[in-house]
Design a protein. Structure first.
Length: 69
């Protein structure tokens, strides 16, 4: 019975886990949304879609000898 509870908890927190593992720039907000509105199916789906959305990466431009690399 405890195993079922752990599995259900992991499914409930899946959007937060995905956001943290992907290092999403809004991981904290996704986790808060998941914790407080995840109980509603709509809140959980919104958190999941947000966690799976594109992650912005820093763009680094290196300039050597006046040329871009």
């Amino acid at each position: 019975m405890a195993e079922l509870g752990v599995v259900l908890l992991l499914i409930y927190l899946l959007p937060a886990v995905i956001a943290i593992l992907r290092r999403h720039q809004s991981a904290l907000a996704i986790t808060v949304l998941n914790l407080f509105l995840g109980w509603s199916v709509l809140g959980w789906i919104i958190a999941l879609v947000w966690a799976l959305s594109a992650v912005r990466r820093e763009q680094v431009i290196v300039i050597r000898d006046g040329r871009y690399y």
